[in-house]
Design a protein around this ligand. Structure first.
Ligand SMILES: NC(=O)c1ccc[n+]([C@@H]2O[C@H](COP(=O)([O-])OP(=O)(O)OC[C@H]3O[C@@H](n4cnc5c(N)ncnc54)[C@H](O)[C@@H]3O)[C@@H](O)[C@H]2O)c1
Length: 439
């Protein structure tokens, strides 16, 4: 049932535990960032929940509160972090290893970061070929591993006196898996866990454990994870909001900013060639063809959906779209993403656009983790459940209801997000019609 306009929202009272699967570059940059902001060392740049405003009513009313004042969100001082990783290093050591943030900054945050020690992971190298670590749980079967996670999460909640929890997958990209018969129902999924079926990836075991406990789940990687019917069924059944897949940062962010603009002017596209060099652990994992395939699928679908070749065959039929990722250690987390875009205009005359984005992957991803944790927690306090399409803004490959195509255009995604917030608070939606100013 749809959520009513101006519905009641439970207050954000008490501590919110943010459970991170994977304590790598993204997770440590996120945690260190929150600690730096709390200590007054930095501003929450890139975070809509912390810096964004929302216009209400007519342009003449001058009402534009901060989003965090408009809807009740957990405050940064109320966040508590927990994580799992296959490597036992603390968040401090993992952040030093990731090499995203400067050592001087990390030194100032050493005390809180050192306290975060990863719990033992549910891991199987068959799903992430390039990694192997020792900090891994053993269990009779996949169902048993889920039960271990459930007990551990309950213990975490109790020990840290959390009022609520959310879970975010920020672990390595798993190999490409297609939808499978065992995902069809919760019953067949649970049986497959007991049977140690190979269609059940570790990420699904975490998602299952979260949903069983009523914990909202966001998937920051392109793996299927929670995007299977059985887990959406469990989310609905237990009134849990979920969202994914794959944080929208870097090159795909640029694509979903540029492509809507080209389409808005009815400019055609012959081809879009994208290549990336990056040298972090994510890049190393993606150097394996099976993990890259998962990423490639996620990156490729974006342009098709934005440009709608079926609706505009003269402009977008058969455009060539190539995406490459190359592991190149010297660059570390500082990725370089090149795009060569072959467009055409009036009378078919050809033009080219070149984009060279010298970006920092985890710097772009960290604020998304924060926003997703806070918005998912809000969604739960509003009693929203199942797939949260309004959070598509954050993802390369947004989850939707079955049969619905995803919305990739970042401007539509932002409007959807803000209109959802207006709806929740009983404000009129903004249509941008504007005729009333000229009556
Ligand atoms: N940084 C970005 O801009 C960005 C954008 C979109 C998606 N992502 C995705 O986010 C994820 C994290 O990226 P990152 O740069 O932090 O990578 P990373 O390699 O630095 O960190 C991932 C961590 O996950 C751990 N891990 C792997 N499997 C695990 C498991 N089953 N349980 C617990 N821990 C496990 C690894 O040991 C590693 O420490 C990747 O899947 C990446 O593709 C990142």
């Amino acid at each position: 049932m749809a959520i009513e306009k101006g519905t009641e929202i439970d207050p954000a009272k008490g501590k919110l535990g943010v459970l991170l699967v994977g304590l790598g570059a993204v997770s440590t940059t996120f945690i260190a960032g929150v600690e730096a902001i709390k200590a007054g060392l930095a501003e929450p740049i890139g975070s809509l929940t912390q810096m964004g405003t929302i216009r209400l009513g007519k342009r003449t009313e001058n009402r534009s509160p901060a989003i965090k004042d408009f809807v009740p969100l957990a405050g940064l001082n109320d966040l508590v972090f927990g994580a799992w990783d296959i490597f036992p290093e603390s968040a401090y050591d993992a952040a030093m290893h990731a090499g995203v943030l400067e050592k001087d900054l990390l030194a100032k945050l050493k005390t809180p970061l050192q306290k975060i020690k990863p719990m033992q992971a549910v891991f199987d190298q068959n799903y992430v070929k390039r990694l192997n670590g020792e900090n891994v749980k053993k269990g009779k079967n996949k169902f048993d591993l889920a039960e271990q996670l459930i007990a551990e999460i309950e213990e975490f909640k109790r020990k840290n006196k959390c009022a609520r929890l959310v879970m975010v997958w920020a672990a390595s990209t798993e190999i490409f898996l297609k939808q499978h018969g065992v995902y069809k129902t919760l019953k067949s999924f649970e049986q497959a866990m007991r049977d140690d079926h190979k269609a059940i990836a570790p990420s699904m075991i975490y998602a299952y454990a979260a949903l069983k406990l009523g914990i909202p789940f966001a998937n920051g990687a392109p793996n299927l994870t929670v995007d299977v019917p059985a887990l959406v069924e469990l989310a609905e059944q237990n009134n849990v909001p979920v969202c994914g897949k794959d944080f929208k940062t870097g090159q795909t962010l640029m694509k979903t900013i540029l492509a809507p603009g080209l389409k808005s002017r009815m400019l055609g596209l012959h081809g879009w060639y994208s290549t990336n060099i990056l040298g972090n652990r994510d890049g190393e994992v993606l150097d394996d063809p099976e993990s890259f395939k998962t990423k490639e699928e996620s990156k490729l679908s974006v342009l098709e959906h934005i440009l709608q070749p079926d609706v505009y065959p003269e402009l977008y039929k058969d455009f060539s779209h190539v995406v490459r990722i190359n592991y190149y250690p010297p660059r570390g987390d500082n990725k370089e993403g090149w795009d060569n875009i072959d467009i055409f205009g009036w009378l078919g005359y050809k033009m080219q656009i070149k984009v060279d984005f010298l970006c920092r992957d985890s710097i772009l991803a960290a604020p998304l983790v924060l926003d997703l944790a806070l918005f998912l927690d809000l969604a739960q306090r509003v009693r929203m459940k199942g797939v949260q399409e309004w959070l598509s803004f954050y993802f390369k490959s947004p989850m939707t209801a079955p049969g619905l195509y995803p919305e990739h255009d970042i401007f539509i995604q932002l409007m959807k997000l803000k209109n959802t917030l207006r709806h929740l608070r009983g404000e009129d939606l903004i249509t941008h019609l504007g005729l009333e100013y000229y009556d």
